[in-house]
Design a protein around this ligand. Structure first.
Ligand SMILES: C[S@@+](CC[C@H](N)C(=O)[O-])C[C@H]1O[C@@H](n2cnc3c(N)ncnc32)[C@H](O)[C@@H]1O
Length: 407
């Protein structure tokens, strides 16, 4: 049992950086506090706690001793493969006029955001078409990131990756080439702190190996923040051990191997099944997004309606396409004007190689919701794959106009 002052320090760490009290070992905490007590010449633990409470500088110094900045280039290789695939198949066909904005938080000593930049420079994107931001709470880690000089320990991915030409190598010293350094901007950020209102959204966020260290309240807060700064249809990458921590219905797990990624769903603004409209109060903005999670006062009938689309999505993610089709059709029988249901059915039909049915579904979705970006993108790609370049171009123009409207 730790004494009260150590408990006080843990409480402070939980409040300010979200560190779960059970995520830091007793020895690790005592060691870090000892180092800092010696550095500032404070012998009494109770006095040191007071110093921590009153000095932002000292708190940051303790954080530097405590955080674990373990990272390496191309950690979870599948994530970078999916990023590259996303750029080629989704981003470029639909939004190539915009700058692809990517955030890596926490970025630690920089290996992750630099790996992202290398991946994108190996893709059809040019350096002007994307930007990468790396953020971390640790100033020391950021100083290393900005220098961009690494040793062998930063290369632990066993897969062969074509990145050698992005380094200038001198014995065991690997310096990031200027072409990559230019692409990445670093800044200091506590992910628990507020973000400016109207912050431009990121299209892709890497938030890997942080959630696992946070307590439940902080984790929920961080996930809410990430949701608010991520573009609809954008990707969220987490660590392999963190996939069970994302419970929000706003995110759909992507089954790509070793990618550990979620797609943020583009959900309709006001989605109430027609047959329930007369009996329900108007939805408040905060509840309109939660279409897949039943609202508090859900009737049994509504629960069935909600769950069959959720079930369809789950089956589809598991590759159980027959079951997915059935659940989706059941859902659409009850919700015949739901564009999202038609897009999902279209995706499932494509997975079954039934392009005709897929096209019918995407068209139906667009008839119901003409500005539904996901349906537009799917249909544009499908028409293009069929050789209907003119049809695809018309849809791409519509997508572009939507992008311009959203800034
Ligand atoms: C294990 S590293 C993860 C690096 C990289 N994302 C990866 O997966 O390889 C964890 C990083 O989280 C940072 N960190 C801890 N708490 C944070 C917070 N509240 N806000 C921002 N960064 C934080 C630490 O400084 C550390 O560099």
């Amino acid at each position: 049992m730790m004494n009260q002052d150590y408990q006080g320090i843990k409480k402070l760490l939980a409040e300010k950086i979200g560190l779960g009290p059970d995520k830091i070992g007793q020895h690790q905490l005592i060691r870090a506090v000892n180092i800092r007590q010696q550095a500032c010449g404070v012998n009494q633990l109770s006095n040191y706690l007071q110093r921590l409470q009153s000095s932002a500088y000292e708190f940051q110094e303790l954080v530097e001793e405590i955080v674990i900045g373990e990272t390496w280039f191309f950690r979870h290789r599948g994530a970078f493969s999916l990023l590259s695939h996303y750029v080629k198949t989704q981003w470029l066909p639909s939004a190539s006029q915009q700058t692809l904005r990517i955030l890596s938080v926490p970025c630690s000593t920089g290996e992750e955001p630099y790996s992202i930049a290398m991946t994108l420079l190996n893709s059809p994107l040019t350096s002007r078409q994307f930007s990468v931001e790396g953020m971390d709470i640790s100033q020391e880690a950021l100083a290393i990131a900005k220098k961009g000089i690494y040793g062998k320990n930063s290369f632990r991915s066993h897969d062969q990756v074509d990145y050698q030409h992005f380094f200038e190598v001198e014995e065991n010293r690997y310096q990031i080439a200027p072409s990559i350094r230019r692409q990445v901007k670093f800044s200091n950020k506590n992910l628990l702190s507020a973000w400016p209102a109207n912050h431009p959204p990121y299209h892709v966020i890497f938030c890997r190996h942080l959630l696992i260290y946070l307590d439940q309240v902080s984790r929920d807060r961080v996930l809410k923040t990430l949701d608010s700064i991520l573009w609809e249809g954008g990707l969220l990458f987490v660590g392999a051990v963190e996939t069970n921590l994302i419970k929000s219905p706003n995110f759909r797990f992507m089954s790509n191997p070793s990618a550990f990624a979620y797609e943020k769903l583009s959900l309709p603004r006001a989605k109430v099944p027609l047959n329930l409209r007369q009996t329900r109060k108007p939805l408040r903005p905060s509840t309109t997004k939660k279409i897949l999670s039943p609202p508090l006062s859900t009737s049994p009938k509504q629960k069935i309606q909600v769950s069959s689309l959720e079930m369809a999505q789950k089956f589809a993610n598991q590759g159980k396409l027959k079951e997915a089709t059935q659940s989706c059709q059941t859902y659409l029988q009850r919700n015949p004007v739901d564009a999202e249901g038609y897009v999902l059915l279209g995706e499932i039909s494509q997975a079954q190689d039934n392009q005709e049915e897929a096209q019918r579904c995407f068209q139906k979705a667009l008839y119901l919701r003409p500005n539904y970006r996901k349906a537009l993108v799917h249909l544009a790609l499908l028409l293009e794959s069929k050789g209907d370049k003119q049809g695809a171009a018309i849809l791409k123009n519509r997508i572009q106009r939507l992008n311009n409207l959203q800034g």
